[in-house]
Design a binder for this molecule. Structure first.
Ligand code: SF4
Length: 74
């Protein structure tokens, strides 16, 4: 999915990002792929520090081979 600046402005506050700490191995794949820096590493686990900025692109979900991330529309 291509994320444009227009999408960034239009789709704020619409998605909930959850990381399962039991599944996350802290490989930072999701952090690197997120176009708007929603996720950061916190105590070795990915943590959604800016969830309101999420665009719902699900790039983080797709890149996580441990199925640790869930993104849902709210
Ligand atoms: S779905 Fe994941 S990769 Fe996409 S904006 Fe939200 S947190 Fe970032």
């Amino acid at each position: 999915m291509v994320v444009t600046k227009f999408d960034t402005e239009k789709r704020k506050d619409m998605f909930k990002v959850e990381v399962d700490p039991d599944k996350c191995v802290g490989d930072e794949e999701c952090i690197e792929v997120c176009p708007v820096d929603v996720l950061q590493l916190n105590n070795g686990k990915a943590s959604p520090v800016r969830p309101d900025d999420c665009l719902g692109c699900e790039s983080c979900v797709q890149v996580c081979e441990f199925l640790a991330i869930k993104v849902t529309e709210v």
